[in-house]
Write a protein of this length. Sequence first.
Length: 143
Amino acid sequence: MTALKNARHEMFAQGLFQRMTADAAYEAAGYSPNDGNASRLKGNERIVKRVEELQKTAQTRALVTLEEHIEELKDTRALAKKNGQASAAVAAEVKRGELMGYYVERRESTNTNYNISDKPLNEDDWERQYGAGVPASPPGKNH
């Protein structure tokens, strides 16, 4: 299937493909706002097929690009090995593995979050929150 013959329908399908709401795609296609008509047009068989076609085409392009990228990294690795550049060869191979999903990068947050308030705690609240058996006195209290 190619572009729809009705230009407004094609624009509507393109809008849905770009993840616009049916209402927004309907208006972007040049129609006057109308919830019911936008919803009805979204269910039109030709519109549904056109959106599916656009999605398949985009998916195919993404896969081809990924495959080309992986192949390029393979060639880069081979060239690096040929030139005796082991670290470059390893780096290219690691990138290939990442693209193919063999490596999962895990990150752990080591941030400490502090709550800052413009209202100081009274001594009882401070003890309840921070004291818990600690013999130290609250900040600003000298014994």
